[in-house]
Design a protein around this ligand. Sequence first.
Ligand code: ATP
Length: 258
Amino acid sequence: MKNVVLKATALNIGYPVSKKTISICNQIDFELYKGELLCLLGRNGSGKSTLLKTIANMLSPIEGSIEINEKNIDNLPPKELAKFIAVVLTESIPESSLTVYETIALGRQPYTNWLGKLSDQDISIVHNAMNLTDTTELSNKLIHQLSDGQLQRVMIARALTQDTPIILLDEPTSHLDIHHKINIFKILAKICKETEKTVLISTHEINLALKTSDRLLLIDQKKFNVGKSTDIAIQENLMTIFNSDDIRYDSHSNQFIF
Ligand SMILES: Nc1ncnc2c1ncn2[C@@H]1O[C@H](COP(=O)(O)OP(=O)(O)OP(=O)(O)O)[C@@H](O)[C@H]1O
C-alpha cells in the first residue's frame, strides 16, 4: 500500500488582485507518496510556481485543502510546517557572506534553539546532506564564489538538512548546462531512493522528467492531471500541452522528439 505524505483536495489556486481573486487552476486533487520523485510540468505561466507556493503554504488556496498527516497545513505554525516541507525556490539565494557549510547548516534552524547551536546529531545530518549532494569539497567556499550548478547542489543540501519528508524545488535546473541538469536530476533521484523523501520539482526539462520521475503532475489551461508517464491519459495530456510543429511526443521511446 502507498504511504501518503501529502493530500490536496479540490484545490483552487490563484492570487488576490484588488478586491477579487484570480484563479489560475482549479479542481486540483492529488496525493504524494513516500519516496517518490515527481515532476510538475506545464508551459510558461501555467501555474507551476503558484501550485508549489500553495503547497508550501506561502500562498493560501482560494478553495480546497492541503493535508499532512490528516492536519490542514493552514493550521500548522510555520516552525512545525518547516519540519514537514523544505522549499528550494530559484529566488531564495542566501546571503553571500556565508560559507557553504554555514549555509547548509542553516537548514537545521527549525530544530535548534535561539542560539542556533548545532548538536552532534545536527552536524552528522549536515555531513550526510553534503555527501549526498557532492558538496563536501565546497565546504569552506563562500556562497558568492560558487557556479550556478554548485549553488543549486548547496541549496538542495540545505533542504536535505531540514530533514523533512517532503522537498519542493522550483525549476532547480534553470541556468544549468545539460551535464549539470542531468547531475541534479540524478542527485534528486538518489535522495528519493536512499532517504525515502518525497521530492516534487517543477521543470521545463520534459525528457529528463519523463526518464527520471515516478509520476508526473501536468498543469495546463486551468486543467490538472497526475499519473505515470505510461498512463494513456497522461500521454494524451502531454501531447495536448507540448506537441507542436517543432516537437512531438513519441510514446514508444517515452520522450519528446525535436
Ligand atoms: N503575484 C501574482 N499576482 C497575480 N498573478 C500572478 C502572480 N504571480 C504569478 N501570477 C500569474 O499566475 C500565472 C501562473 O504563474 P506561475 O509563475 O505560477 O507560472 P509557471 O508555470 O511557474 O511559469 P514559468 O514556467 O514561466 O515559471 C501567470 O499568468 C502569472 O502572470
